[in-house]
Structures are given as structure tokens and as C-alpha cells.
Write a protein that binds this ligand. Structure first.
Ligand code: NI
Length: 390
């Protein structure tokens, strides 16, 4: 049993093993096997293969029941941390801390098994948070049935270890994406009069898209458009016939979201007309925003208070424009998503999704204790309120 040994060392070992063997969305087989191994060692009976690679396990089967969630997937990038336990898989890296989320939830499992609450706790190890809406997929397989509250969290370098940020209401953005295909007319670099340059049209699109946020949206409503991919052309002396852009739209209210989407369409139409190109714009709706329920937020705040003390309970000053598919759970049942401070000395300016991302592992036992505590408090609250989900 890990609790007899060094709890933090056990969590670190788990995190490092997952970190060394990262897996992309819906491919988290090795990670799921590790999770099952550790849960079985705690005497639990995990169910494996939920939503392809997810793991769900119940601790106790009494009511009321609450759920805790960790995401498991890594990102398609090459690690450059130089850590001794760096990724052994070229092109794949845990650059968002999901390796830590899994370790923390296993830690919570150990704490809950050691001192079982008078109710049920369901642990959801969810695949595919980065893309593929794993939360929705695992919900469709019944992960939330009979559950009254759900809690989750994310490692965050904006806060120090020992700080937990708890906020009510909207804390993460709508995350929609788009693709633009520009069809011009290819030709010789020296005779532009005979061609329609898709690279120039694409460049104008990138610039004009930026003015939608800066000139059409109320600056008090946070939003951003990023073109993250721009492809086109084949040689320095050939005018490119075709170019392709991909990007993301982040917004925090439905009206801004609608205005941005309308703006993208209008700019694309206008530039096509103005520059003799054909422009096809496809907008794909992504994750809804994370909206923390007031009661669940109160419970999470109290749990954080008990784990990190009054000074450790902090707030995000403004919503993050990051996306988070935990939002899908919150559309169905009340819950709260928190930020677990994990800034690593010297890496405070290295964001998640960077090849150099790392976090301070001292967050692992704190996160484990927070999750165990929040589950306990939520069960106590539900028993007092006599509210059971059917
Ligand atoms: Ni993440």
C-alpha cells in the first residue's frame, strides 16, 4: 500500500512513468493499464475501455454519489525539457500536466480507500481532453449516471504550489475552430497579372481577422482569434494557387462568439470578392465554456481551505481563454473546476503546450488531498440536504 510508504514519492513515480510514455487522444492504453494496475493494488475494481480508453471506478457504492475527473491525454509535440523522465515517444509529450492529473486522482483514490466516506465516489479517468471531446464520449457511456456533483482541476503555472484558485461562474472560454481554403490562380512569380496569389489573400485574411477582435468586439469581453497554421505554395518563383489556414476562436459570451463568427464570414466574403479568389470558410463548434455551479464552488472552496489554508485559497482575476471539455459535464450536473498552483521555479514563463513545459511536483499530494476532501464534503452536503441523484 502506497500510504505506508512515502505518498509523495509514490505519486511522483506514477506521474513520471506516465510522462515518459505519453499517449494521444483515444490512444491512452498504456496509461489506462497503469491506472487499472494502481487501482487494483488498492483493492478496487476499475472498469476499463469506457469511451475507448477511459477508466471508471467506484469507491463504495452508497449514496449520495459524487464524481472526480482526471484527463489522460498528451499532445503532439516534441519534448525539449531535458528531464530524466522525458518522453520516450518522439512527437508526443505531456505538455499540459495531464500526467499529474492522473497521479493526483490515483492519490485521491488511495486516500478515499484508506478512510471511506459514507457515500459513493466515482473516479473518471477520461481520454481525449485536448481534442475529441472525451468528456462527452464518456458521459454518453453513462459515466455520470447517479452522480450529483462532479469536480475536476488543472495544474496551473500562474499560481504557486500551495495555492488553489476557486471561482464561481464562467472560468474557461468557448473554443471554436475554423479552416479556410483559398483558391487563387497559380502562375509565374514574375507575371502576377496572370495569376491570383492565394498567399497574399491568405495574409490579408490573417490580418483582417485580427481586426474583428480589436475593432468590432467590446474590449471588456475577452476574446481572441489565432491563426495557428498557414500552408501554401511550392517554390520561391511560383505564385501559389492554393493556401490553407487553420485557427481558433476563443470567446466568453454567446453574443461575442456570434459576432466573431459573423465577422469571419463577412471578411472572407469581402476579400474573395476584392481579390478575385475563391475562399471557403468552415467553422467548427468546439467546447462550451466551463461554468462553475455556485454550491459546488462553495464546497470546493471549503475543501481548498481545509487543504491549503485560508491564504492558499485564491481566485483567477479573469476567465482563462483556454478550453476545457470539463464543460460538457457541467452542462449536465453541477460541479466545479479549480486551478491547482504548480509554478516551477525558473519555468514561470513557460506556458502549457510548450515543449519546455514542466510543473512543480509538490502539487501532486496537495491535489490528491483536495480531491479526496472535496468528494467527502460534497457527500456530507448532499446528506444534509437529502439530495440524491436518481
Ligand atoms: Ni490540459
Amino acid at each position: 500500500m502506497p500510504l505506508k510508504g512515502d505518498f509523495e514519492a509514490w505519486l511522483r513515480k506514477i506521474r513520471r512513468e506516465i510522462h515518459a510514455w505519453p499517449e494521444l487522444a483515444y490512444e491512452e492504453k498504456r496509461t489506462a493499464t497503469l491506472i487499472c494496475r494502481e487501482l487494483q493494488a488498492l483493492g478496487l475494481s476499475p472498469r476499463f475501455g469506457i469511451a475507448r480508453t477511459g477508466v471508471v471506478v467506484d469507491i463504495g457504492n452508497g449514496k449520495p454519489r459524487v464524481a472526480l475527473r482526471a484527463d489522460m491525454d498528451a499532445l503532439p509535440l516534441n519534448e525539449e525539457t531535458g528531464l530524466p523522465f522525458a518522453s520516450k515517444r518522439p512527437g508526443i509529450m505531456h505538455a499540459c500536466g495531464h500526467d499529474g492529473h492522473v497521479a493526483m486522482l490515483l492519490g485521491a483514490a488511495a486516500l478515499l480507500v484508506q478512510d471511506p466516506p459514507e457515500g459513493g465516489v466515482r473516479l473518471i479517468f477520461q481520454p481525449a481532453e485536448e481534442r475529441g471531446a472525451g468528456a462527452r464520449a464518456i458521459m454518453e457511456e453513462g459515466a455520470l449516471e447517479g452522480i450529483s456533483f462532479i469536480f475536476g482541476g488543472h495544474i496551473d503555472r500562474h499560481f504557486k504550489v500551495g495555492e488553489i484558485a476557486v471561482n464561481e461562474g464562467l472560468i474557461c472560454a468557448f473554443t471554436d475552430s475554423f479552416e479556410v481554403i483559398i483558391n487563387g490562380k497559380g502562375g509565374h512569380a514574375a507575371w502576377p497579372q496572370e495569376a491570383v496569389d492565394s498567399i497574399v489573400v491568405g495574409s490579408l485574411l490573417v490580418v483582417n481577422f485580427q481586426t474583428i477582435v480589436s475593432r468590432e468586439i467590446n474590449p471588456a469581453h475577452p476574446s481572441v482569434i489565432t491563426v495557428g497554421k498557414f500552408e501554401g505554395g511550392s517554390a520561391h518563383n511560383v505564385i501559389a494557387e492554393k493556401a490553407r489556414l487553420e485557427g481558433t476562436i476563443r470567446s466568453t459570451d454567446p453574443e461575442t462568439r456570434r459576432r466573431i463568427m459573423d465577422g469571419l464570414k463577412r471578411v472572407a466574403r469581402g476579400l474573395a470578392e476584392g481579390h478575385r479568389a475563391k475562399i471557403k470558410l468552415k467553422i467548427k463548434e468546439g467546447y462550451p465554456p466551463v461554468i462553475n455551479h455556485p454550491v459546488a464552488t462553495q464546497i470546493a472552496r471549503e475543501a481548498a481551505h481545509q487543504v491549503v489554508g485560508p491564504k492558499g485559497v485564491v481566485s483567477q482575476s479573469h476567465p482563462s481563454l483556454g478550453g476545457e471539455d470539463f464543460a460538457f459535464y457541467l452542462q449536465k450536473i453541477p460541479g466545479c473546476f479549480v486551478r491547482l498552483g504548480a509554478a516551477k521555479k525558473g519555468l514561470e514563463n513557460i506556458p502549457a503546450h510548450s515543449p519546455k513545459f514542466d510543473f512543480d511536483e509538490r502539487v501532486l499530494p496537495l491535489g490528491a488531498r483536495f480531491f479526496a476532501k472535496v468528494a467527502r464534503l460534497a457527500i456530507e452536503y448532499l446528506k444534509k440536504e437529502n439530495r440524491f441523484s436518481s
